[in-house]
Design a protein around this ligand. Structure first.
Ligand SMILES: O=C(O)c1ccccc1NCC(=O)[C@H](O)[C@H](O)COP(=O)(O)O
Length: 214
């Protein structure tokens, strides 16, 4: 059985990047969305990613990014994937992948089984699907809100792309989430924070320990 992949998302300081690496995270996420308390500019992202070894994924999290924004981030040379959290349709996802040559993860907001099925439209366009909780209409952010969806919706789903689970995961529920869904990758943000946008070294360590034991 292969090891569970762990993505710690919304990192914005060198000490929490270091903690995530030491704790065994396989992927680090950097949010580039000015409305987010986790937003990092391209230069900061480059500096944060600089000490990260090549076997650890470095993922930029974006919402309906323009090509100009993508060009700025791509120019950092720091990224192994782009995670799209907006209303990007499959054609836009495919165009981004082709233009920037960086693997694309599409976040799919989930509330019902139909949302899971909607991921199929991204086969051939995205490289990876991240199932995340659907945030309420008018919410400030499309992710990073600590909301979870009904994990049993993933039972028996036939998924045509590699995928991961996100939304409301934390130290106390990650094992249950993996047991129910069989997720090969788990992604956490607010579950390892002491306040919005403030990552906790202790919580990152505890989450990675709990996930590694799955
Ligand atoms: O985290 C943000 O601030 C954010 C802003 C805009 C788009 C996406 C964002 N986060 C996406 C993530 O990858 C989170 O890790 C994911 O939604 C899970 O968050 P949480 O429920 O807080 O663990």
């Amino acid at each position: 059985m292969s090891r569970l992949a762990i993505k710690i998302c919304g990192l914005s300081t060198p000490d929490t990047v270091g903690a995530a690496m030491r704790a065994g995270a396989t992927h680090l996420g950097f949010v580039h969305f000015p409305k987010s308390p986790r937003h990092v500019e391209a230069d900061r992202l480059r500096a944060l990613a600089a000490p990260v070894p090549s076997h650890v994924g470095r993922v930029a999290v974006l919402v309906d990014p323009t090509d100009e924004t993508l060009a700025d981030l791509s120019a950092t040379g720091a990224l192994t994937a782009l995670q799209l959290h907006g209303k990007e349709i499959p054609e836009r996802v495919a165009a981004i992948r082709q233009r920037f040559g960086i693997p694309v993860w599409k976040a799919i907001p989930v509330k019902t089984r139909a949302d899971i099925d909607a991921a199929g439209a991204y086969a051939g366009a995205a490289d990876f699907i991240l199932f995340d909780a659907k945030t309420p209409e008018g919410a400030a952010l499309p992710g990073g809100m600590g909301l979870r969806f009904d994990w049993t919706l993933l039972r028996g789903a036939s998924l045509s792309l590699p995928w991961g689970l996100s939304g409301g995961l934390g130290i106390d529920n990650v094992a249950e989430a993996v047991r129910i869904t069989g997720a090969p990758l788990v992604d956490v943000s607010s579950g390892v924070e002491s306040a919005p946008g403030i990552k906790s070294v202790d919580k990152i360590m505890a989450f990675c320990n709990a996930a590694s034991a799955c």
